[in-house]
Design a protein around this ligand. Structure first.
Ligand SMILES: Nc1ncnc2c1ncn2[C@@H]1O[C@H](COP(=O)(O)OP(=O)(O)OC[C@H]2O[C@@H]([n+]3cccc(C(=O)O)c3)[C@H](O)[C@@H]2O)[C@@H](O)[C@H]1O
Ligand SMILES: Nc1ncnc2c1ncn2[C@@H]1O[C@H](COP(=O)(O)OP(=O)(O)OP(=O)(O)O)[C@@H](O)[C@H]1O
Length: 306
C-alpha cells in the first residue's frame, strides 16, 4: 500500500471507520433486528436469494435466517465455473437453508441469439462493452427467475449489494437489485467478510476472490481499478472531506486529500473520482419527471403516509 493509503488507513482505524470486533458484533445484531422488523411490518416471512458462491449472498442469507425468515437460495449457473456453483450450494447447505438449482445457460444462449440481429457487436469477444452487455443479460435473466419464485412463494427478493458496490456503481440496473438490501451499508473490505465469518459463513466463501461471476474481467477489483480496501479507504476519506469542509479549497480531490506527494495514490484516487462521477446517476435511482403543473408525486406520498 502506498504512503497516502497506509497513513489514511491507520487514521481511519484509529477513528473507528474500520470498527473493532465488539462494535461490529453490535452492528450485526442491529441489522438482524432490522431484518426481523421488516418481516413484521410487511407481513412477509419468505425471502428468495440468488446464491453465487460469493460472500455477499451468503451473508445476506445468513442475516435473514438469523432474523427468523424462511430462506430459499437458488444457484443459477450460466456457463459458470463449476467451483462457483458448488460454493453456492455449499453456502446453502452450511447455513441450513432451502436450495434449488436452475441452469439458465440455454435461456442465455437463446437470448443472445435473439438479440444478434439488432446488436451485431454482441458477438465480438474482444469488445469489453459487449462483455459487459453479456454480463448484464445474465444478471437480468437471474432476476426474472428470482421474481417469479418470489411471486410463487409469496416472498420478496433479497438484494445482496454492499456499500462498496453502491459507491462504485458496480451493479446491473434491473439485474441484481431486489426488494430488501440488508448488507447495502457495509464495506466489502472489512465489515462484509468480518460479519460473514462471525455469523457462520464457511471460510472458503468469505475468503473467496470477489467476482461479479459475469465473465467481464478477472474479478471485481480488476474491473473497478482498485482493490476493495483501496476503494473503501478513498471513499471514506472523501466522505469525511465533504462532511467536514463546506467547500474544499480545490476542485482536485487528490489535492484536497493531501495526496499529491504520492503518485501511486493519485492514480488510484483519479480512478475513484472518475468512477464516482460516472455512476452518480445510478445511485440517484430511476428518474420520474414531475408533472408540469401539479406536485402529484408529493400528494401521492402524503396519501401513502396517511
Ligand atoms: N445519465 C444517465 N441517466 C440515467 N440512466 C443512464 C445514464 N447513463 C446511462 N444510463 C443507463 O444505465 C445503463 C448502464 O447501466 P447498467 O445497465 O447497469 O450497466 P453497467 O453499469 O455498464 O454495467 C454493470 C456493471 O455492474 C457490474 N456488476 C453487475 C452485476 C453484479 C456485480 C457484483 O459484483 O455484484 C457487478 C458489472 O461487472 C458491470 O461493471 C445504460 O445502458 C443506460 O440505460
Ligand atoms: N450463479 C449464480 N447463481 C445465483 N445467483 C447469482 C449467481 N451469480 C450471481 N448471482 C446473484 O447476483 C449477485 C451479485 O453477484 P456476485 O457474483 O457479485 O456475488 P456476490 O454474492 O456479491 O459475491 P462476490 O461479489 O463476493 O463474488 C449475487 O449476490 C447473487 O445474488
Amino acid at each position: 500500500m502506498s504512503d497516502w493509503f497506509a497513513q489514511t488507513f491507520q487514521s481511519q482505524i484509529e477513528s473507528g471507520v474500520f470498527a473493532q470486533p465488539l462494535v461490529l458484533r453490535q452492528d450485526l445484531n442491529v441489522l438482524i433486528d432490522k431484518v426481523r422488523d421488516y418481516g413484521k411490518a410487511s407481513g412477509l416471512s419468505t425471502v428468495i436469494i440468488g446464491m453465487s458462491g460469493g460472500v455477499d449472498s451468503a451473508l445476506t442469507a445468513a442475516l435473514f435466517r438469523e432474523a427468523g425468515w424462511r430462506v430459499v437460495g437458488y444457484t443459477m449457473p450460466i456457463l459458470q465455473n463449476p467451483a462457483e456453483t458448488e460454493r453456492g450450494v455449499e453456502a446453502c447447505r452450511s447455513l441450513g437453508i432451502e436450495h434449488a438449482q436452475i441452469d439458465l445457460t440455454d435461456q442465455y444462449r437463446s437470448m443472445v441469439q435473439a438479440l444478434q440481429p439488432v446488436d451485431q457487436s454482441l458477438s465480438n469477444a474482444e469488445s469489453r462493452a459487449a462483455r459487459i452487455r453479456h454480463g448484464n443479460i445474465r444478471a437480468r435473466l437471474r432476476m426474472i427467475t428470482l421474481y417469479n419464485q418470489a411471486h410463487s412463494l409469496r416472498g420478496l427478493v433479497a438484494s445482496t449489494d454492499n456499500f462498496s458496490e453502491l459507491s462504485a456503481g458496480f451493479w446491473t440496473i434491473n439485474g441484481d437489485v431486489g426488494d430488501l438490501a440488508p448488507v447495502q451499508s457495509l464495506m466489502k473490505s472489512w465489515e462484509v467478510p468480518w460479519m460473514a465469518r462471525e455469523i457462520g459463513v464457511p471460510e472458503t466463501i468469505w475468503r473467496a476472490k470477489p467476482t461479479d461471476g459475469l465473465g467481464i474481467d478477472d474479478g471485481d477489483e480488476a474491473q473497478i481499478g482498485a482493490t476493495y480496501l483501496q476503494w473503501d479507504i478513498a471513499v471514506r476519506a472523501l466522505m469525511k472531506l465533504f462532511a467536514d469542509t463546506v467547500a474544499p479549497g480545490t476542485d482536485k480531490w487528490s489535492e484536497a486529500l493531501d495526496a499529491t506527494h504520492d503518485h501511486a495514490a493519485c492514480r488510484i484516487l483519479e480512478t475513484v473520482e472518475t468512477r464516482l462521477r460516472a455512476t452518480r446517476f445510478k445511485r440517484a435511482g430511476s428518474q420520474m419527471l414531475a408533472h408540469p403543473r401539479e406536485p402529484r408525486f408529493e400528494w401521492l406520498t402524503r396519501v401513502d403516509a396517511a
